[in-house]
Design a protein around this ligand. Structure first.
Ligand code: ACO
Length: 350
């Protein structure tokens, strides 16, 4: 038995909007088609948050509420809330503050973390640090992005890739050898221009000109990012396995950021894993940026068993990338028989 205090994931929650944007829908909007999108990316549809007054915090709060319900704790018990996002409701206050108020988490402090598609992984490790140091007992870590708010739906190179969604986890202390065991996290700012949103910050404050020049939309040099993403994600995942003496047979699941099915396949091959041990739901949601990894954890939660060895890997704008090796800490309660999804149809009373 280990006496090292580690941070374990003890509950997972999610929220996805009801509205679906299919490849067929997109083919009516730009010059694209279902075959191209599916063969190049693996995406079939994505969810879009519609309706006035709904931003990233709307989805994040609902995901957070599901985490609390599943763990059976009150919002007042939270010590901290970290929201990973590149689409905050506004520059400030932080989305985490809005989520804190919405949940009624009166004992929590919190902040947003910006690391694009690696946001959840970085936030998970930041939250784990609070637990391991003893500064917090319960940390809510959420990845939430309303990518439709920064997507140019006249640009076929990017608009087919992204969707909206949120998911999160609760982190608590563990002294039995479960939880986050090892991580390798990286940034390389030299790659910033290949994946960015130029307008709206202090460098290019919003003006008519920045709007006219479409600087408030995400811009990506897809091919350039593709190459570094494959190498970066695979190298770091293999490094984590080597450092912890893991073979492909030891890893129950790879939980990869869902940007492109071809990237994920290449990473799995380098790790010696068959696709049956890779969490893959990009076909349903597209790239939801900070939400992809916890959305996978939510979907596979009922298959995970206490002690399972999991590798999480991500790559995103910045560049940011990394991998975390963890041992899963619980067997989930049986799947609810009503099978409802936490979406607008089955909205929780937040
Ligand atoms: N429909 C039809 N044709 C298209 C589309 C489309 N939607 N988009 C591009 N094309 C065309 C291009 O114009 C090009 O045509 P051309 O040869 O006549 O010029 C051709 O298809 C090939 O385009 P590429 O950009 O080379 O396509 P590629 O195979 O690289 O796939 C993709 C593009 C899917 C974007 C891929 O490069 C990719 O996944 N990149 C990495 C994305 C990623 O990992 N991002 C990091 C995370 S995101 C974040 O951090 C927010």
């Amino acid at each position: 038995m280990s006496h090292i205090t580690r941070a374990s994931i003890t509950a997972v929650g999610h929220y996805v909007p009801e509205t679906r944007l299919t490849n067929q829908d997109l083919s009516q909007m730009v010059d694209t088609n279902d075959v191209w999108i599916r063969s190049r990316t693996g995406i079939e549809e994505r969810r879009i948050l519609t309706g006035k007054g709904k931003g990233t915090s709307y989805m994040a709060a609902r995901a957070g509420r599901e985490v609390l319900l599943k763990r059976g704790i009150a919002p007042e018990e939270l010590d901290a809330i970290i929201v990973a996002t590149v689409t905050p409701d506004m520059s400030f206050p932080a989305t985490a503050c809005l989520v804190q108020a919405e949940l009624g988490a009166t004992g929590a402090w919190g902040f947003d973390l910006s690391a694009a598609c690696s946001g959840f992984l970085f936030a998970l490790n930041t939250g784990a640090g609070l637990i391991e140091s003893g500064r917090a007992a319960k940390v809510l870590v959420i990845g939430s992005d309303k990518m439709s708010s920064i997507t140019d739906y006249t640009d076929r190179k990017t608009c087919v890739l992204f969707g909206d969604g949120a998911a999160g986890v609760l982190l608590e202390a563990d002294n039995e050898g479960y939880g986050l065991i090892d991580s390798e996290l990286n940034v390389d700012g030299r790659g910033w221009e290949t994946l960015c949103m130029l307008g709206g910050g202090s460098l290019n404050p919003t003006t008519h000109d920045t709007v006219d020049r479409k600087m408030h939309y995400l811009h990506q040099d897809g091919q350039a990012v593709f190459k570094v993403a494959v190498k970066g994600m695979a190298d770091v995942a293999v490094e984590i396995m080597k450092r912890n003496n893991l073979t492909g047979d030891d890893v129950r699941y790879l939980v990869p950021h869902q940007a492109n099915q071809r990237i994920i396949g290449a990473v799995a091959r380098r790790m010696g894993l068959g696709l049956d041990r890779v969490m893959l739901n990009i076909s349903k949601y597209g790239n939801t940026t900070a939400a992809t990894i916890p959305l996978c954890l939510h979907e596979w939660e009922h298959e995970l068993r206490k002690g399972d060895r999991i590798v999480i890997a991500a790559f995103g704008g910045g560049f940011t990338w990394g991998a975390t090796y963890l041992r899963w800490a619980y067997n989930a309660a049986p799947v609810p028989t009503n099978g409802v999804e936490n979406s607008e149809k089955a909205e929780l009373d937040v």
